[in-house]
Design a protein around this ligand. Structure first.
Ligand code: CUA
Length: 365
């Protein structure tokens, strides 16, 4: 008897934690749309949902009625067997056709409005997005900016993304801004969204296509800023301070270490020196790293401790990522040197940070 109850309760035990993870308020909820594309997609979802309610009530109501009304009773004989009922079959064909048309018309209208390729105007923000295992490259061809994992856009503008991949298929998804679109090697996929005035804040996104290893940690943020803050962010990139000699000895040590440890062999650091452009395109650009909110594609907040922990042992923070471990576990200089590199990286562009968005997160997590 207890076993039977256990068995009956098992769906509840499975569903309860699953449903408990659902939220209308979370940082990635489609029920809190920002901008016309996400609003359009939510409206379409709700319209379909409202249409499905009478279908569900009708079907389950009829089912329960038949089960109760025509259940087998003691002494019942075999009922008369029949086949087909033209009136019911006509109704059961016409009603679904009407429902499908009612779903199809707004769907097609929405697809043409939100999924068509748009020709950028001078007012739009165009960004080339490249997915890599397991981070995001954001390039602004009109502004000459290359950065990683944090997409900055001014509020109230239309943003046009060209999506491509440097390796496998990824998918760009910032649920509060727009539906997901795949990033496929050698294919120029496009996604656009816009934001409302007054929507400044941080909107969370992540890769939505299983891309092996650290897929679950392939996150990004869309930083929607007021125009003046966005302009300041752009200016910081277009004229990064060249740190030839840092006053802080720890920063100076870190600056020396990113060269001697080989960091700049993979990562471009625009601030490193005016005429030096090391790094390779398939690794995150660290220019103005001090303006970032996170490290490791959104895995950790970019605090000095976290950045140092990331540099010290990246595999323990984000298993599978491509960062090598540069210190032996028992290297006596490991803590000191990783702290110095963190101090240096966080100093890049940080003194020019006028966006002050670290505290302005509206996205939760
Ligand atoms: Cu990239 Cu999943």
């Amino acid at each position: 008897m207890p076993m039977r109850w256990l068995w009956r309760a098992s769906p509840v035990a499975v569903l309860a934690p699953l449903l408990a993870s659902c939220s209308f308020e979370g940082g990635q909820s489609i029920f809190k749309p920002v901008g016309s594309v996400a609003q359009d997609q939510l409206d379409l979802f709700m319209w379909t949902w409202y249409l499905s309610i009478p279908v569900m009530v009708g079907v389950f109501g009829a089912l329960v009625y038949v089960i109760v009304r025509y259940r087998r009773r003691a002494g019942d004989k075999m009922p008369v067997q029949s086949h087909g009922h033209p009136a019911i079959e006509v109704v059961l064909t016409i009603v679904p056709v009407i429902i499908i048309v009612m779903v199809a018309i707004p769907t097609v209208r929405s697809v043409f409005r939100t999924q068509s390729h748009v020709v950028p105007t001078a007012d739009d923000i165009v960004v080339h997005v490249t997915g890599y295992q397991w981070w995001w490259k954001f390039e602004y061809p009109d502004l000459g900016i290359t950065t990683a994992n944090e997409l900055h856009v001014p509020e109230g503008k239309r943003v046009i993304l060209h999506l491509n991949s440097g390796d496998v298929v990824h998918a760009f998804w910032a649920p509060r801004l727009a539906g997901k679109v795949d990033l496929i090697p050698n294919q120029d996929n496009q996604l656009w969204f816009d934001t409302n005035e007054g929507s400044a804040g941080i909107y969370h996104g992540q890769c939505a296509e299983l891309c092996l290893g650290a897929h679950a940690y392939m996150r990004f943020r869309v930083v929607v800023a007021e125009q003046a803050d966005f302009d300041a962010w752009v200016a910081e990139f277009q004229d990064p301070p060249v740190q030839q000699a840092a006053a802080d000895p720890q920063v100076a040590q870190g600056r020396q270490l990113v060269a001697s440890k080989g960091c700049i062999g993979c990562h471009n650091i625009g601030n490193y020196a005016a005429d030096m452009h090391y790094g390779q395109p398939q690794f995150p650009d660290l220019t103005n790293f001090g303006l970032r909110h996170t490290v490791g594609a959104g895995v950790l907040d970019a605090t000095p401790e976290n950045v140092a922990a990331w540099v010290r042992d990246p595999q323990s923070v984000k298993p599978g990522n491509r960062m090598p471990t540069l210190w032996e576990v028992n290297d006596p200089k490991r803590d000191e040197e990783t702290a110095a590199i963190a101090a240096y990286l966080l100093s890049l562009g940080a003194e020019g940070d006028t966006t002050a968005l670290a505290q302005a997160s509206t996205g939760g997590n």
